[in-house]
Design a protein around this ligand. Sequence first.
Ligand code: AMP
Length: 120
Amino acid sequence: MMIYDYTNVFARILSGEITCKKILEDNYFLSFYDINPRKKVHALVISKGAYIDYSDFFSNATPDEINGFFQGILKVIKYLDLTTSGYRLILNTGINGGQEVPHLHVHILGGEPIGPMVYA
Ligand code: AMP
């Protein structure tokens, strides 16, 4: 079992040690703009709780935390006015998933066509 690394960059953003370009937050999620945007709109939604990835989160979070996180993604999508034009959610997990930061997060990409789903 992996142990949550409290020194990861998103943990530092949650603790206020590192600043971010905040979009929205509540008790369950914090959203901010990706520091290295890959599309016109590139937001991140992270859980307030210390969860490493999707497996850890869905296995160990409370129903309120799970609901709050996914509702948070929807709130950000609406706030960024992406509902009609569309968007892509990405949740990289683990080594093969290309996850760089070991704290649960979802990417919201939009504002322009996102392109192929994956590169072969
Ligand atoms: P992933 O590969 O899914 O773990 O994505 C991690 C994302 O976090 C990357 O898109 C990075 O550009 C982004 N990132 C890393 N550090 C920061 C930071 N300090 N503020 C905002 N985004 C960050």
